[in-house]
Design a protein around this ligand. Structure first.
Ligand code: NDP
Ligand code: 8X3
Length: 259
């Protein structure tokens, strides 16, 4: 058994949602270490900018994770140096709104479910056969502390992340003996465009989330994933919860309106 860390140059990484935040940082981290990276997302001009920065290490594709057929086509049609994906960072996702369940826009719930659940499992399903066949792979789910701990307004977003967690654990069971690792990364507050998207472009509300505290950066998350992916092949991190030092837990809320 080899106890050596994996050589990042041997890794071919698919990262969904590479146009912003974690995905962009993951692409940079792996490409900078010599991996080949396939970066996808809907905002093609951002992908092109990243391509101009990372050059031959990066292959880009405009892609919506909600479209399973397009995902299969993308994986099957990769050019030679990017075939043989052995790390999948199924990262694309979003939160929309933070309102009480009885007032939210049902389309926001649908979009989160379509992206964070359907898009996530589609990415995994399209990439697993190749990894199983080659006998090497690593799937990363981007869960969240919101999938572990409920908070007001977290409703559907937290539900989608709880799904990601449980799916990853069950996938571990399916991958036993196939040399495909599965890790659910569960971050707390990270300063990306996440809150800007959640609050639909309201910059004031988004920046308030991180006001006067030190959140994590996308690079912190990318480093965590890079570490998990380069650990010796016989080591599997199942779940990794990571928070800013400035974030912790609070007591249960109690409604004291009883007569
Ligand atoms: P960002 O908003 O900065 O990035 C989200 C990425 O997801 C973008 O690249 C976006 O690309 C992509 N995306 C969204 N919808 C789709 C879609 N339908 N098809 C393809 N790509 C899509 O957020 P983060 O980087 O912070 O979030 C990344 C992941 O991490 C998400 O799953 C999020 O839930 C999770 N997370 C974030 C935390 C945080 O505090 N920031 C904490 C815990 C988890 P484009 O719009 O160009 O398609
Ligand atoms: C994002 C972290 O706490 O805003 O998943 O839900 S949180």
């Amino acid at each position: 058994m080899s106890y050596a860390m994996l050589d990042p140059k041997s890794l071919v990484v698919l990262v969904t949602g590479a146009t912003s935040g974690f995905g962009e940082a993951i692409a940079r981290r792996f490409a900078g270490a010599g991996s080949r990276v396939v970066g996808t997302g809907r905002r093609v001009e951002r992908l092109e900018k990243l391509k101009a920065e990372l050059g031959d290490a990066l292959h880009i594709a405009e892609h919506d994770v909600r479209d399973y057929d397009a995902t299969v086509k993308l994986v099957e049609g990769l050019p030679e140096p990017f075939k043989g994906i052995n790390v999948v960072a199924a990262n694309a996702g979003l939160a929309l709104g933070l309102g009480p369940a009885e007032t939210v826009d049902i389309d926001d719930w649908r979009t989160m479910i379509d992206t964070n659940i359907t898009g996530f499992v589609s990415t995994v399903r399209a990439t697993l056969p190749g990894m199983v066949e080659r006998g090497q792979g690593h799937v990363f789910g981007l869960g969240s502390v919101a999938g572990d701990y409920p908070y007001p307004g977290g409703n559907t977003y937290g539900g989608t992340k709880a799904f990601v967690k449980q799916f990853c654990l069950a996938l571990r069971a399916d991958m036993l003996g196939k040399n495909v690792r599965v890790t659910n990364i569960e971050p707390g507050m990270v300063e990306t465009e996440f809150s800007l998207v959640r609050f639909k472009g309201d910059e004031g509300k988004a920046s308030n989330v991180y006001d006067n505290m030190r959140g994590m950066s996308a690079e912190d998350v990318a480093e965590t994933i890079f570490w998990c992916a380069t650990l010796p092949a016989h080591v599997n991190i199942n779940r990794l919860q990571v928070m800013p030092t400035d974030q912790a837990f609070s007591p249960f809320a109690v409604h004291r309106g009883a007569s």
